[in-house]
Design a protein around this ligand. Structure first.
Ligand SMILES: CC(C)(COP(=O)(O)OP(=O)(O)OC[C@H]1O[C@@H](n2cnc3c(N)ncnc32)[C@H](O)[C@@H]1OP(=O)(O)O)[C@@H](O)C(=O)NCCC(=O)NCCS
Length: 145
């Protein structure tokens, strides 16, 4: 799996995946803002094709994972774990002290991936996300690097 910087030219393909895997997807504007803000926006490729992507913000000594996704047809093949490992290594090289993220309480796949990669729950934000029926809690998770 190859990791490279995301560019504006990737955003059609990124949005295709994003809309497929998230009930409340990021918009084109969200990704453009992330690119313009200098966040770490990475694309994961295999055999020349985009299989996933991630967006991470580095702030002083803390990395925040803002989005990570693997194409719906390519999940459960180890790519999410590899992509996350690459981001952890990038954050370590940037001298970040820990990585944090927020995840919907119902997102069992992502929570399992984060736990398997050494993240622990460090907080809970009640009714943080809009959901199909009302609101949903966010787990705040973190990992010391
Ligand atoms: C979360 C996500 C990125 C995982 O990517 P993936 O490539 O499918 O994950 P991997 O194959 O690397 O799985 C790594 C581990 O995570 C856990 N895991 C992944 N998917 C899982 C699922 N559907 N159910 C339970 N555990 C799961 C397992 O522990 C797995 O290890 P194993 O396969 O050896 O059991 C992917 O499911 C996805 O894109 N989801 C939609 C977007 C999303 O929710 N992003 C997170 C927002 S916070």
């Amino acid at each position: 799996m190859l990791l490279r910087d995301m560019t504006e030219a990737d955003l059609d393909a990124v949005l295709r995946i994003e809309r497929e895997v998230h009930a409340h997807p990021w918009t084109l504007g969200n990704f453009s803002d992330a690119l313009r803000s200098g966040y770490q926006c990475k694309v994961a490729e295999l055999e020349g094709e985009m299989r996933g992507y991630a967006v991470m913000m580095l702030a002083v000594d803390e990395a925040e994972l803002l989005d990570i996704a693997i194409d719906a047809t390519q999940q459960r093949q180890g790519m999410g774990r590899k992509l996350l490992e690459s981001l952890l290594s990038l954050a370590r090289h940037g001298n970040m002290r820990r990585m944090v993220l927020e995840v919907r309480a119902s997102n069992q796949a992502a929570i399992a991936l984060y736990r398997a990669s050494g993240f622990e729950q460090i907080g809970l934000r009640r009714d943080y996300y809009p959901a199909v029926n009302g609101r949903e809690d966010a787990l705040l998770m973190g990992k010391v690097l």
